[in-house]
Design a protein. Structure first.
Length: 93
């Protein structure tokens, strides 16, 4: 299953979280995600785009401008999970 491989990767969740708000460029992702190589970032972005978890927008300018953004349904799910975790932690106190 391709989608499960991409979403289970070590870097995929960090990329999805980083691109969940506004569109983000490759170099910004590279700076935000500590320890990821350029090759691994490229491969993970390709897999996430292929699996429909991420959109890639290419602007026809020189130099090329490419932005990535997590799909809305996925980011909504991640926000709900984050809020759920915050509520559970607050209830345990």
């Amino acid at each position: 299953m391709a989608a499960s491989r991409a979403s289970a990767g070590k870097w995929a969740i960090q990329i999805i979280v980083a691109s969940a708000g506004e569109p983000i460029r490759f170099t910004e992702l590279e700076r935000l995600i500590q320890g990821i190589s350029r090759r691994m970032l490229t491969l993970t972005l390709r897999n996430l785009e292929r699996d429909g978890m991420l959109t890639r927008t290419v602007y026809p300018i020189v130099p090329p401008k490419v932005e990535y953004q997590a799909m809305l349904a996925l980011t909504d799910w991640s926000r709900r999970q984050r809020v759920r975790g915050q509520v559970e932690r607050a209830l345990r106190r």
